[in-house]
Design a protein around this ligand. Structure first.
Ligand SMILES: [Mg+2]
Length: 493
């Protein structure tokens, strides 16, 4: 298949265009060409690949009898536009129809079928597994590169139709099995090639291979795509189709393994359809793109970062039911010990750095010191020197805290409990945010957070003579990019 590129002489204002065999392209003062010169009509001329494939045939609307052939490197000119003609690819052989490029040390694997990326503001994006294909073997994961069958036989025609009306087809897929060693990169590539050659429509494939910020629902792959696209994306007409939509188990549906595809679409602002809906919509030839995201999102149980309200106060005095904004008003003047309680990533160490470090507290942390014995001996020494101490551990059970409270009694210092009270999902979100934004702080595996949450026993005021304070979690950001990341969905459930 021959494809031509019209390379714009003024690419900052007028985008370059791609023309494939069988397609009729209209140059004019229209939305796609962006030509502004009023002397150019909306339908100035049509361009097609000539029957012998080697030239572009241009026919002018005002002079129906005049047609002209253009070869590669010749220039098509008119009022307000100039394009140089370039052949993009001639008949590809079986092996060079697919081009694979690894980016960022194979964190992103990009596949290009038949020149894949084209200049268009319309994006039709699809998940791969259980959206375009399922396994022939009926197993959850494919057993080899040939273990696939189309989810629906109407897909090849539907994708080709979208391509004909100028959609860029993009497949966005999580393949973490590559980094965990369950499957080789080559096997993944072969399976995609097998399916896409069968679909036979030019497309771009974006694969994330790790559990990083490129993995859906995180928006890294979309940012990557947007940077590669030379036209602003039309979010009203573009869409994303995926099976992981957080649907519950019902007599009609076996239930989705995650909400990753839905949350990805919400993160990047694309309209969303589940595969069954897409098939029906594409069949209907209805122009308006449906969007199922808000309805589906309502029934998904997940942490909603953007819906959190972050009140102004710093702490809440549980026993006296009052909000505190000035920390110093509740700190005893005698030697005391602040015992932190909270899941990993609930903001404990950040709170210490922001509010207690400058007040010269001795910071005692199991993570930093490595053992509880060291924590005890360092605290003991600090108390003997008349210094106040912060115990920056999770102290999640009553028994954990009882040890420290008893220790405070023997050292004759006043204990206070600061409870970093956030739900499990919020802790998981914070932990991922930390993983993607810092290199200094160690992140824990989510298994550790689940385990901590399971044995968690919330502190009560009688454990510490009513000196129990709940910390009001308030996220802080170093820049807008981090803020954007924090307010996106990071977990797939
Ligand atoms: Mg899927």
């Amino acid at each position: 298949m021959v494809s031509y590129r019209l390379v714009s002489g003024d690419p900052s204002r007028i985008p370059s265009q791609e023309i494939r065999q069988g397609q009729t392209f209209i140059i004019g003062r229209n939305r796609q060409c962006k030509i502004k010169n009023l002397k150019c009509s909306r339908h100035y001329c049509t361009v097609q690949v000539s029957s012998d494939d080697r030239k572009l045939l241009v026919q002018y609307m005002k002079e129906p009898n005049k047609s002209q052939l253009f070869s590669s490197n010749q220039t098509i000119e008119g009022p307000g536009f100039m394009y140089r003609v370039k052949i993009v690819d001639s008949q590809p052989s079986k092996d060079d129809d697919f081009e694979w490029i690894d980016h960022e040390s194979k964190k992103i694997i990009v596949g290009n079928y038949l020149g894949g990326i084209k200049s268009s503001s319309l994006i039709a994006a699809f998940d791969f597994d259980l959206t375009l294909v399922t396994t022939k073997s009926d197993k959850s994961f494919p057993i080899n590169c040939d273990d696939w069958k189309l989810l629906d036989n109407r897909l090849p025609k539907q994708l080709s139709n979208l391509y004909q009306i100028n959609y860029q087809i993009v497949i966005i897929s999580n393949q973490m099995g590559i980094s965990t060693g369950k499957v080789s990169t080559e096997d993944v590539k072969r399976r995609f090639e097998n399916v896409i050659r069968f679909l036979n429509v030019p497309c771009l494939v974006l694969i994330s291979s790790q559990d990083d910020h490129y993995r859906k629902p995180r928006y890294g792959l979309w940012t990557f795509l947007v940077e590669k696209t030379d036209q602003p994306i039309d979010y009203n007409q573009s869409f994303y189709v995926g099976d992981a939509a957080g649907r519950k188990k019902s007599p009609l549906h076996k239930g989705d393994h995650s909400s990753g595809d839905l949350l990805f679409a919400v993160n990047v602002g694309l309209k969303f359809m589940v595969p069954e809906k897409f098939i029906l919509w594409a069949q209907s030839q209805e122009k308006t793109v449906p969007d199922m995201s808000s309805k589906l999102l309502q029934s998904v149980k997940c942490f909603r970062p953007q819906e959190q309200s972050y009140d102004d106060h710093l702490l809440y005095d549980v026993a006296n039911d009052r909000k505190i904004t000035d920390l110093t008003t509740i700190l005893p003047s005698t030697v005391h010990c602040i015992i932190f309680v909270g899941l990993p990533a609930s903001g404990k160490s950040s709170f210490y750095r922001q509010h207690l470090h400058s007040l010269d507290y001795k910071h005692v942390s199991n993570d930093l010191l490595g053992s509880e014995k060291k924590c005890v001996s360092i605290s003991s020494k600090a108390f003997d020197e008349g210094k106040n101490v912060v115990i920056d551990n999770t102290n999640i059970t009553k028994a954990n805290r009882a040890k420290w409270l008893e220790f405070c009694r023997t050292k004759k210092v006043l204990p206070l409990i600061f409870h970093f009270k956030i739900p499990l999902e919020h802790s998981l979100h914070n932990n991922l945010y930390r993983k993607f934004t810092t290199t200094s702080q160690s992140t824990v595996s989510k298994v550790v957070i689940y385990a901590a949450n399971k044995k968690s026993e919330p502190p009560s005021p009688d454990e510490c003579n009513n000196r129990l304070y709940e910390i009001n979690f308030r996220p802080q950001f170093s820049d807008d990019q981090n803020r954007k990341l924090y307010y996106s969905y990071l977990n797939e459930k």
